[in-house]
Design a protein around this ligand. Structure first.
Ligand SMILES: [Zn+2]
Ligand SMILES: [Zn+2]
Length: 344
């Protein structure tokens, strides 16, 4: 340590983005004195979206979109909250901050930071596909784009959403005495499955595990129509024949599902692309439905935004960093801790 001299050709010029300090437990914006998506409690946090790996409880004060704050309230109780609407400009010292849509889940935002003529964007999690439950990703030019890489391998190419939804309704029609039990994460995925079914004309009531009710109600309250939802717990086996039932993935194999009429077990997740994951979970009907950018979306977004540098927060970093190198974009992996797949 310390024996090798640092290269001197950089001179005294400030390095691009050196006012941002990526640490294992979050991204610290030094001149603003704020953290982005910290995994530990901090005095001042900017939060990209409500998934538990990005939004934790216990911060002194939180800046986020009104939807994200509502989600955090529902999960952690009332926060010391500062709502920031999409497009609204706020400032911390001489750092200008703006939240723009990330297309990931309700309220999800990229955080655009401007300081001393440099623009850095922290994208949080994002996708480019249409999603009836949230505002679409808004591409913004920047110098440094800080991106996720959850599905950052060329093998990950998500199929058409409509085709996956059609598989679900086809299984239902083919098995009128059974039900289809869909495992879906409580924030984002459950509401998207429902909204995509509605968009394809499926008007039957959809039955919910109790753990999904609160966030479905929150989406409805924020103007996302989900059609008729009924609690699965109050329904008889006969009621549930030929019905779609949604539950958190953890409930797929447990006692709770025994109340259901011979369920066809489905799971809605980008990971259903990986056969082994479907088999491990005992999933009969894998639905490849992701709220993250796939390989093509990641790389086409980088071409569109054309940043000078790409920093990769989490996921399969190596392939994306390599892709950047072959496209004359400087890139590095940040190896942040604690961002996991609640939200795949
Ligand atoms: Zn995440
Ligand atoms: Zn997420």
């Amino acid at each position: 340590m310390g024996t090798k001299p640092h290269p001197t050709h950089i001179g005294t010029m400030a390095k691009l983005g050196d006012w941002i300090d990526p640490q294992p437990h979050g991204i610290f914006v030094k001149p603003a004195g704020v953290w982005i998506d910290p995994s530990q409690p901090v005095d001042r946090a900017l939060v990209t979206h409500g998934h538990a790996d990005h939004a934790r409880g216990g911060h002194g004060a939180v800046w986020a979109t009104p939807e994200t704050l509502a989600i955090m309230d529902a999960r952690y109780g009332a926060q010391s909250a500062h709502p920031v609407a999409y497009g609204e400009q706020i400032a911390f010292g001489d750092v200008a901050v703006r939240f723009v849509p990330a297309g990931h889940v309700l309220g999800s935002a990229q955080i655009v930071l401007d300081h001393r003529g440099e623009r850095i964007i922290v994208s949080g999690d994002y996708k480019r596909r249409a999603d009836p439950t949230c505002a679409p990703f808004e591409p913004v030019k920047c110098d440094v784009f800080i991106t996720e890489a959850t599905f950052g391998l060329p093998v990950f190419r998500h199929p058409e959403t409509g085709d996956e939804i059609d598989k679900l309704t086809a299984a239902l029609r083919a098995n009128p005495t059974r039900c289809v039990l869909v495992g879906a994460y409580a924030l984002g995925k459950a509401q998207r499955v429902i909204a995509e079914l509605r968009a394809r004309g499926f008007d039957d009531p959809i039955y919910l595990h109790g753990a999904l009710q609160k966030l479905c109600d929150l989406y409805i309250a924020h103007g996302v129509p989900l059609g008729e939802l009924r609690p699965a717990t109050e329904a008889s086996k006969a009621d549930l024949m030929g019905r779609i039932v949604l539950a958190p993935p953890s409930a797929l194999g447990d006692r709770w599902s025994r109340r259901l009429p011979d369920p066809i077990t489905a799971m809605a997740s980008g990971w259903m692309r990986v056969r082994q994951r479907a088999v491990q979970r005992g999933v009969e009907l894998p639905l490849i439905l992701s709220d993250h950018a796939d390989w093509d979306e990641l790389t086409s977004t980088l071409l569109e935004i054309a940043p000078q540098e790409v920093w990769v927060t989490h996921g399969r970093e190596e392939a994306l960093v390599h892709w950047c190198a072959t496209h004359q974009i400087r890139a590095k992996a940040l190896a942040l801790h604690g961002y996991e797949d609640e939200d795949d």
